[in-house]
Design a protein around this ligand. Structure first.
Ligand code: ZN
Ligand code: ZN
Length: 324
């Protein structure tokens, strides 16, 4: 429905894809989340989950006879967040429009990295030969991306905009090797925070908690069990400093941010469905509104079209009708 902010999970696995019968319940594709705000389609990361999403977007465009236009945001450029892009069907469609954003030292960094991922020695089709119209740019933490009736553009802030505008803010986290962007998507006073590949701090990551404040949906890295992280799980070394969180860290952050609900994300590839179910069980004891992300899961947050909320002006009115 056009009045709902819809979050759909296409890839929930961290590090590398994990097909097989032990991962059927939660899924084996790497990171990719679709957020639909009315007619606008936003995608977060291009792990292998973006491949089935791309096919679905092409199908939807055909069935509605609407031009295909999406905004794609990279949290960072590690393989598990980019490896699906060379197989993203809309990038091959001449009539499709792709707005692509991500981190990088200069505005061109993101494009250079995507180009090198598809160099002639590693992939048969170059970025340039993908037929879609593409605007690819690295953005700074201080920039805000806006998508409204005037199209997709960069702005200095989200203030003064209609609540019909989709506003995406960036938080640069240092809690992952090389850094990572956390995104906050706001539409009609509702918000989703996408915080993958981030490690918790003692006493909670205060900057991130502030950025994620009052999120209706908080998607947070929860790759490791406590035992694994601490190095007491048989056969596994400690993963401290790898840039990923435990379930406890994700729950602490959700509580500190007073998020409405928490989605555990970026599942450890060595874990089977049973282990992730156990982590979900633990999470619900610590933060009751928790769920482990699984492929195809949709979360719908009802919005109020008449609510005039602009970023930084007042606190969004909360409703409790979000459904999983
Ligand atoms: Zn990752
Ligand atoms: Zn990473």
């Amino acid at each position: 429905m056009a009045d709902e902010l819809i979050v759909k999970f296409w890839g929930v696995r961290g590090s590398y894809p994990t097909p097989g019968e032990a991962t059927v319940k939660f899924g084996g594709n790497t990171a990719c989340v679709e957020v639909r705000a009315g007619e606008h389609v936003l995608i977060f990361d291009a792990g292998t989950g973006i491949i089935p999403l791309g096919r679905d977007l092409a199908r939807r465009a055909r069935s509605t006879d609407q031009p295909l236009e999406v905004a794609l945001f990279f949290s960072h450029l590690h393989h598990d967040h980019t490896q699906g892009f060379p197989f993203f069907l809309p990038a091959f469609l001449p009539n499709a429009r792709l707005h692509i954003f991500g981190p990088g030292a200069t505005p061109e960094t993101l494009e250079r990295v995507l180009e090198s991922n598809q160099s002639p020695t590693t992939f048969p089709v170059s970025l340039r030969d993908m037929a879609a119209w593409k605007d690819i740019r690295s953005v700074r933490e201080t920039e805000v991306i806006v998508w409204d009736a005037d199209g997709v553009r960069l702005a200095e802030s989200g203030r003064g905009l209609s609540d019909e505008a989709v506003v995406i803010c960036i938080h640069r986290s240092y809690a992952h090797p090389g850094g990572v962007y956390v995104y906050r998507i706001q539409w009609r006073g509702k918000s989703v925070v996408y915080a993958t590949d981030t490690e918790g701090y003692v006493g909670v990551d205060r900057r991130l908690a502030q950025f994620a404040r009052d999120a209706d949906v908080l998607i947070h890295d929860a790759q490791y069990s406590e035992e694994h992280y601490r190095g007491v799980l048989a056969g596994f070394p400690s993963t401290q400093g790898y840039g990923h969180s435990t379930v406890n860290m994700a729950c602490e952050l959700a509580a500190a941010a007073e998020a409405d609900r928490l989605v555990l994300f970026h599942h450890e590839p060595a874990y089977d469905d049973e282990q992730i179910s156990e982590m979900e069980f633990i999470a619900r004891m610590l933060f009751p509104e928790s769920i482990a992300a699984r492929e195809s899961m949709e979360i719908k947050v009802k919005t109020v079209p008449s609510l005039q909320t602009t970023l930084g002006v007042g606190k969004p009115v909360k409703t409790t009708n979000a459904k999983v």
